[in-house]
Design a binder for this molecule. Structure first.
Ligand SMILES: [Zn+2]
Length: 407
């Protein structure tokens, strides 16, 4: 077998320019990092750094419904392929998204929700490839960590007797700066071993049977208004968390008692012994109430008072994610109340109100085209330098820029 040695020159790629040191047309792209481009000569190793324009990418979150249809479009073996390919919206959306991503004008982060919903599909690998190609490896930090931060701020504000301040700094929510120029490659990892298909399936089935039951037994019998359902969901979240703490403590205890010394522990069993999201949150809130930011420690009486009042006031109902979630559930509940006979299918709990009707589809494509048409001449020039001319094919405004610069 021939030996393949790593050659650092393999990392230099086109577009080639004339090297200022040796004069050969071997001055290629070495490294793209942040807003900097490093060119290096393949022949004489001369290097030079260049500043790239600062980017302001639009963040677009594509939910699983969109990811799934884009995957079907490219995989004829899937069941829905023909339908998706026949609808001009999906090929149009596919081309625009990838074009805008190459042009460094949008960022479509992936998320734990994509990971979880794809894992139970027989097309997990294809789905993973689809959302990772679009995100370039930029990920929304675990939804749990966004939730903890919001509830943490509510607790901190409560202990300091002030109004909470939620900052929506998008860099804080993403794994890396979306406004960096993309490298020509990105690094992704395999499936997370802690996410088990079986437990996901079970969780989803439980959630679905709950919703289906509510649909039949409660929602269509009690005709209430939107505010009623919204408040019920919003103020009920704190109770769900409390129940989750009790449940995971019980599970851990059972797990530890059932374990036989000297036997192998499965990944799923290990997971049951780890602190759950709700437990971590509870400890976090207790610490916030115990230790003031200025230093020192509050008295037991003071802590008890703060914690009780925080719970009684149901401050958690004010977290932005709780409000959003309650809105989505209330919308489903209203559909039931308005006489929708069938309970929603299993996908509904995550796909509530996805881009569905034609009007929205057309508007979405128009919006993407207007992002593309807004490309500046400076941006076009930088794309040409970093990635080459083929990134600019079928970008109308870039063609005009070429004609202008040649003319
Ligand atoms: Zn050179």
């Amino acid at each position: 077998m021939p030996e393949k040695r790593f050659n650092p020159r393999d990392l230099i790629s086109p577009p080639w320019r004339t090297c200022p040191a040796c004069g050969k047309d071997k001055f290629g792209v070495g490294l793209i990092s942040g807003s900097r481009l490093m060119r290096r000569c393949w022949d004489c190793w001369h290097k030079q750094d260049y500043d790239l324009p600062k980017l302001q990418k639009k963040i677009i979150y594509l939910d699983q419904f969109v990811i799934s249809n884009l995957m079907k479009l490219k995989n004829p073996a899937t069941k829905g392929h023909a339908a998706v390919a026949a609808d001009p919206f999906w090929p149009g959306l596919h081309d625009l998204l990838f074009q805008l991503r190459q042009l460094q004008m949008i960022c479509c982060p992936d998320s734990g929700s994509h990971v979880e919903e794809s894992r139970t599909s027989p097309f997990n690998a294809e789905l993973k490839k689809t959302y990772e190609r679009l995100s370039g490896g930029i990920t929304f930090k675990a939804f749990d960590s966004i939730k903890s931060r919001q509830i943490g701020e509510l607790a901190l504000a409560w202990s300091e007797r002030r109004e909470p301040a939620f900052d929506f700094d998008r860099r804080g929510a993403l794994s890396s700066d979306p406004n960096d120029w993309s490298e020509r490659f990105y690094i992704v990892m395999g499936d997370n071993p802690f996410i088990s298909e079986a437990s996901l399936r079970q969780m989803r089935a439980e959630l679905h049977s709950n919703i289906a039951r509510l649909f039949r037994d409660v929602w269509d019998k009690e005709k209430r208004n939107f505010e009623y359902w919204y408040d019920l969901e919003r103020f009920g979240y704190q109770g769900h968390l409390g129940n989750a703490v009790v449940r995971s403590r019980k599970e851990r205890l059972e797990e530890m008692l059932a374990h036989l010394p000297g036997t192998e522990i499965s990944m799923e069993d290990i997971e049951k012994t780890l602190p759950s999201f709700a437990e971590g949150l509870l400890v976090g809130i207790q610490n916030i109430m115990r230790f003031p930011r200025g230093g020192g420690e509050r008295s037991g009486e003071e802590i008890g008072h703060l914690e009780t009042e925080f719970g009684k006031a149901n401050r958690i109902a004010e977290a932005p994610f709780v409000r959003l979630q309650a809105l989505m559930f209330a919308a489903t509940e209203m559909r039931a109340a308005q006489g929708q006979k069938e309970p929603p299918n299993e996908g509904t709990t995550t796909d509530i109100d996805t881009v569905a009707h034609l009007n929205v589809k057309t508007q979405f494509l128009d919006c993407l085209r207007s992002i593309r048409d807004g490309i500046s001449a400076e941006h076009v020039q930088a794309i040409r330098e970093v990635y080459g001319d083929d990134h600019l094919e079928s970008v109308p405004s870039a063609q005009q820029a070429v004609t202008a610069s040649k003319g």
